[in-house]
Design a protein around this ligand. Structure first.
Ligand code: PLP
Length: 392
């Protein structure tokens, strides 16, 4: 960092990136990097995608912003499109994942009060990540994001991930619970994938108890796991689903979709956002979503992810410090038996951008437009670095 005028919330920054194209990034010194992070699951279509770039340029030149006092055709088109893709009923647009989740939390509270519960409580999971606002950091299951920001927000209960019986017991003992909020795959938490029938069991549990089933698909949505939304692998429909990261391919936008018991809970005056759903972000998202769907990038995500995982499984078969290689589509985790944060820098030096989360899990979120050849390059660069990795 060259200036101290920025709050130091991100620590030391890595290289200064100035240009991107497809799965490649360039820094200010002319170095080139293969991108296996996509700006943390944001640029699923890669960098400078022509459909998104031209949609943004055209919209910026006609009307960037007008306020939600007025009808916004792109917002309506995007809502229709997301409804058609998801099977959900209606949507609220914000600007980020945390805001999409705040909308979900507010819907759960309206629902709870409607049921006559005076302290509506949302059941959230150990190891979860839902964002950095006060309510979403409270919902998150990591002391790291909460420490120093007490008092936390009331109205949350916590249970173990991927354990239906435990949630039943918690529900038996807490009549205030009115919703469950869960990530289909815990992303920040280390690419932890729930059992195959987990969402079906959650759906059943919520139906039995009259709870809303709310899914945080901020990271898993937008094609990345092989379906547009990850819940579509399970054949269930949640009452609320949120998404953001990959929705605008880099232009900030978040969405909270509702169906079933959550449909129509929000009334005029209940919620709002100055920028949410503005013409520019909706133009970007409309172009992104249309491209993902029309090019079958969700199917491609599965093919690409399977190729990458097979490559690592083969290359790291006899590597004692690799505990597990797991993933779904273009959301892949390689868990080591030791902390490995320094691998980020080692990979950068080798021309590759990765991420390490939950201390010891290498997280790969490559763009869904990555070619087979680039996928093989990713394995060829990273596998030897993992093999040679001793400790942080
Ligand atoms: C990134 C993320 C968030 C927070 O999104 P922001 O846009 O940073 O507010 C919430 N939930 C999940 C699952 C995420 O991966």
């Amino acid at each position: 960092m060259t200036t101290d005028a920025l709050m130091n919330t991100y620590g030391d920054r890595a290289a200064t990136l100035i240009k991107g194209e497809g799965a490649w990034l360039w820094d200010a010194n002319g170095n080139k990097y293969l991108d296996a992070l996509s700006g943390i699951a944001v640029c699923g279509l890669g960098h400078s995608h022509p459909a998104v770039a031209s949609a943004v340029a055209e919209q910026a030149a006609s009307l960037t912003h007008c306020s939600n006092f007025f009808a916004i055709p792109n917002q309506e088109k995007l809502a229709d499109k997301l409804r058609e893709i998801s099977g959900m009923t209606n949507v609220f647009f914000g600007n980020s994942g945390a805001e999409a989740n705040e909308a979900a939390i507010k819907i759960a509270r309206l629902y709870g009060h409607q049921q006559g519960i005076s302290l509506p409580t949302i059941l959230v999971m150990d190891n979860a990540f839902h964002g950095r606002t006060l309510a979403t950091l409270t919902a998150s299951g990591s002391r790291k994001v909460q420490a120093g920001f007490e008092p936390l927000v009331r109205g949350f209960a916590r249970g173990p991930y991927n354990d239906i019986a435990a949630l039943q017991t918690i529900g038996d003992n807490n009549p205030d619970i009115c919703a469950v909020f869960v990530e289909p795959i815990q992303g920040e938490g280390g690419i932890r994938i729930a059992a195959e029938n987990y969402l079906q069991q959650l759906r059943e549990l919520c139906d039995q108890r009259g709870w809303l089933l709310m899914l945080d698909e901020v990271q898993t949505g937008n094609g990345r796991t092989g379906k547009y939304f990850c819940y579509q692998h399970s054949g269930i429909l949640p009452d609320v689903v949120t998404t953001s990261k990959g929705l605008g391919n880099g232009v900030p936008i978040g969405a909270c979709l509702a169906a079933g018991k959550a449909y129509k809970l929000m009334r005029p005056g209940n919620h709002g956002s100055t920028f949410g759903g503005n013409p520019l972000s909706c133009a970007a998202a409309l172009a992104s979503v249309t491209t993902i769907v029309d090019s079958g990038l969700d199917t491609r995500a599965t093919e690409l992810g399977d190729r990458i995982m097979a490559g690592f499984k083969q290359a790291l078969a006899d590597c004692g410090h690799v505990k597990e290689i797991r993933g779904m589509g273009c959301m892949i985790g390689i868990e080591l038996n030791r902390p490995c944060k320094s691998l980020f820098k080692t990979a950068m030096d080798a021309g590759l951008i990765i991420n390490v989360t939950a201390d010891s899990v290498i997280r790969l979120l490559p763009p869904m437009i990555m070619s087979d050849c680039e996928a093989d390059q990713l394995v060829a660069i990273l596998a030897p670095l993992i093999k040679d990795f001793e400790q942080d």
